[in-house]
Design a protein around this ligand. Structure first.
Ligand code: SF4
Length: 375
């Protein structure tokens, strides 16, 4: 836990300043499906979730959230992603709002970012809730990527630090930050750099799109083990690709990793990360087709024969983050309602039915493996 960070409040939960590290998760059910979301919240609470995040994209989701709020005492956070104007509607129902600095430019393009953040702060102040500045590798604010010439780590750290400076100027202190990447090493570098720069600001730790078990837990541990023992990290999430029935495992693994770190138990996986890397998102309310998790599992199974090749394949659940988060992968797929878009790096190869995409992916993978650079 960050001893030097200041304490913030998410309703009655203290984060930072030496408080026990809070463990959180996110619902992967559709927010408008109130019953299913309440069931998932209950299963996460049962495993000891301190805070549960929900995605809200439209007014139907806001209506669902209001109903959810009436029926649970769980601490709730909302993820705004691109639709920051919804903050005003969700604030009465939640304890914390996460905004992504890299998504603020999508709407009200002519309005300065400073003004948008000022407006978010006024809402947080009105409702007495916390904010998270959630910077993510696949959606870094373009002005920072440009300024640091595509140096992702620098752009992530500087974007987070800029927002902290602005929030300070607005006299708002009830905030924390997250700096997430799918590469555990980059998570370590970003968080160490940020913590050195702003030791006072509480940090939410996570390896984004860590993927399926068991690799998702291993990647997350590799990052957390290099940060938490050094006092970096005040709350965490283990982001895993799981079916809705198994979502509780995010809390289970979060608690288990903390327990092991506190007991001085660390993992040793010398060959990990040297071969094929499958990254996949943990899914959320934005998932456009329930077949996403099955597809991620099938991709893992189908590509096992290429396990010794140092390549990355990304599998993402929606069109909000999918296109950006697959750009750096050697091969990437992101899932729409009935079609899956296949990409090679940032180039779109085409869109295919769920039942037809695997053979096309395999052909591309074979081509890459047999290309002179990989033989
Ligand atoms: S990629 Fe889309 S579905 Fe997956 S977690 Fe991110 S927003 Fe949710």
């Amino acid at each position: 836990m960050g001893l030097k960070t200041r304490k913030i409040k998410v309703r009655d939960l203290t984060i930072g300043g030496g408080a026990p590290i809070a463990v959180q998760s996110m619902c992967a059910t559709h927010t408008r499906d109130v019953e299913a979301t309440l069931r998932q919240i209950a299963s996460l609470e049962e495993k000891g979730a301190d805070l549960i995040r929900i995605a809200v994209d439209n007014k139907k989701d806001v209506e669902g959230l209001a109903e959810i709020r009436k029926n649970t005492k769980a601490r709730l956070a909302v993820d705004l992603q691109e639709n920051f104007p919804l903050a005003e509607l969700v604030a009465p129902h939640v304890d914390k709002i996460r905004y992504n600095p890299g998504h603020l430019h999508h709407l009200e393009k002519d309005r300065p970012i400073e003004d948008k953040v000022k407006w978010l702060v006024s809402i947080a102040k009105n409702y007495g809730i916390a904010l998270r500045v959630g910077v993510n590798c696949g959606s870094v604010a373009p002005e920072f990527l440009e300024k640091y010439h595509g140096d992702h780590v620098k752009a992530i750290v500087e974007s987070a630090a800029w927002h902290c400076d602005w929030l300070d100027k607005l006299h708002f202190e009830n905030y924390l930050v997250s700096l997430k990447d799918s590469d555990p090493e980059k998570v370590v570098t970003c968080n160490q750099a940020f913590s050195g720069r702003r030791p006072d600001v509480p940090i939410h730790l996570g390896v984004t799109e860590a993927g399926l078990l068991p690799d998702g837990v291993i990647k997350t541990r590799l990052a957390f083990e290099k940060l938490i023992p050094f006092g970096i990290g005040d709350t965490l999430r283990v982001s895993l690709t799981l079916t809705n029935e198994d979502k509780w495992q995010e809390i289970y693994w979060g608690r288990q990793i903390l327990k092991d770190i506190h007991a001085g138990k660390f993992i040793s996986v010398p060959d990990f990360g040297k071969g094929l890397n499958i990254i996949s998102c943990p899914s959320c309310s934005r998932v456009e087709n329930g077949d996403f998790v099955r597809l991620a599992m099938e991709v893992k199974q189908m590509t096992a024969y290429a396990k010794d090749h140092k390549l990355t394949i990304a599998v993402m659940g929606c069109r909000v983050n999918g296109p950006g988060e697959t750009d750096d992968a050697d091969l990437g797929v992101w899932c729409g309602p009935s079609q899956v878009t296949l990409k090679q790096k940032s180039q779109v190869i085409g869109s295919f039915k769920y039942s037809e995409v695997l053979p096309v992916l395999k052909n591309r993978l074979d081509e890459i493996i047999s290309s002179p650079a990989n033989v």
